[in-house]
Design a protein around this ligand. Structure first.
Ligand SMILES: [Mg+2]
Length: 388
């Protein structure tokens, strides 16, 4: 088996939404297609990848470093002992001549290609990724559905409390039991009004609402908000301070009794390990949100899972950021706690298969070989146009 062509492109995933740090009006995303010499139904098998959301496209790194290394590699150097495509070996090739640390958006570029390689490897085996992955890296008995929660509640110009409530009711109507909203983009008094308005929609049950600060707070503000929101008994309090400020996180964890979630902007095993070592995260209640697509791919995510196990963490405490199909397969195969979902946002890349149905906040997997982008028509058209 060998790689015959690689294609790289950029798609806009623009949106009018805003969190506490950024607006998404110019957000875009790298996509790649990796074509193989394996022919199925008269056509070469192609693996696809994209870089989740929240980080811009990484085309320069892909074009100048990552993809040339992959295409220049001896085809056999990308295969395991059985002669199957081995994404972990390809990972070593892509990272050749790269110094440790300073991960920046290199992890995004590698993550896109790693996703495409796993898509291709599982297509070659004729299996959906979650089965392929469960057999190799899980216990062979993947979950048949995955917990998902609806992330929204962004700030938008002229968005009223009623608009926010309507948005959340819409998520409940779609089958979600747990919802998430942004905080920290307004003052405490206004954010508390927003939180209470959403809890009203949830029949007064704060344990079905997560709040996300997107890393905005300093320690004093983090503690002030923590004191104010603790009585609501929220689902979690997310990314409270700067993602790399482990001391802040640990201090909040000493004072805030409810669950804390973070990790979506930690892009490497080393950063994830530092969070576990120094971030005060509590394995009995807190949630880890590393996004495999943004952080050197599934190859690195498997190393992160191994590290977590050594530190006494269950995979069930992981609920990746991003709301994409790749992490849905990973969640089912590695028995994670769930996956994020952004109904209607970050199109065409985000979300699950077109026929996916959410029931009681759980969604099933597709049986299409690979990640199943072929079952997501609008995105599949974009991916196919990249190479045909
Ligand atoms: Mg977040």
């Amino acid at each position: 088996m060998k790689i015959t062509n690689v294609y790289e492109g950029v798609v806009p995933i623009s949106s009018s939404i805003r969190n506490a740090w950024i607006d998404f009006s110019s957000m875009d995303c790298s996509i790649v297609a990796i074509e193989s010499d394996v022919i199925r139904d008269g056509k070469p098998l192609v693996g696809y990848g994209f870089n989740s959301n929240g980080r811009y496209s990484a085309g320069e790194i892909l074009r100048r470093r990552v993809l040339p290394r992959l295409t220049a590699a001896e085809p056999d150097s990308l295969l395991d002992e059985q002669g199957s495509l081995d994404p972990a070996k390809a990972w070593q090739v892509m990272m050749r001549n790269e110094k440790p640390g300073g991960h920046g958006e290199r992890s995004v570029a590698v993550g896109v290609v790693d996703m495409a390689l796993f898509d291709l490897a599982s297509k070659i085996e004729g299996k959906p990724l979650y089965r392929y992955l469960s057999e190799r890296h899980g216990d062979g008995q993947p979950d048949d559905s995955v917990f998902v929660y609806a992330a929204g509640g962004y700030y938008a110009p002229d968005k009223t409390l009623t608009d926010l409530q309507d948005e959340m009711r819409g998520f409940l109507d779609l089958g979600y039991d747990v919802v998430k909203m942004k905080i920290g983009g307004a003052g405490l008094a206004e954010d508390l009004r927003r939180i209470e308005a959403v809890i009203d929609v949830l029949d007064g049950d704060g344990s079905r609402l997560a709040v996300d600060v997107n890393g905005r707070f300093d320690l004093a503000t983090a503690l002030e908000y923590g004191r104010a929101i603790e009585p609501y008994g929220l689902f979690w309090y997310e990314e409270i301070g700067d993602p790399l400020d482990y001391h802040l996180n640990a201090t909040v964890a000493e004072h805030y009794a409810g669950p804390i979630a973070t990790g979506e902007n930690l892009f490497s095993l080393q950063d994830a390990r530092n969070l576990i070592r120094y971030g005060g995260m509590r394995p009995d209640r807190d949630i880890l949100q590393f996004d495999p697509a943004l952080s050197y791919g599934l190859t690195e995510y498997l190393r992160i899972q191994d590290m977590l196990g050594r530190h006494g963490w269950s995979s069930r405490r992981c609920i990746p950021h991003g709301g994409h199909q790749f992490s849905l397969h990973i969640a089912a195969a590695l028995k994670l706690g769930g996956n994020e979902s952004y109904p209607g946002e970050f199109q065409p890349t985000g979300g699950f298969a077109d026929d996916a149905v959410v029931e009681k906040s759980r969604v099933g997997l597709t049986d299409i070989p690979g990640i199943g982008f072929e079952g997501k028509a609008a995105f599949y058209k974009v991916l196919r146009d990249l190479h045909s």
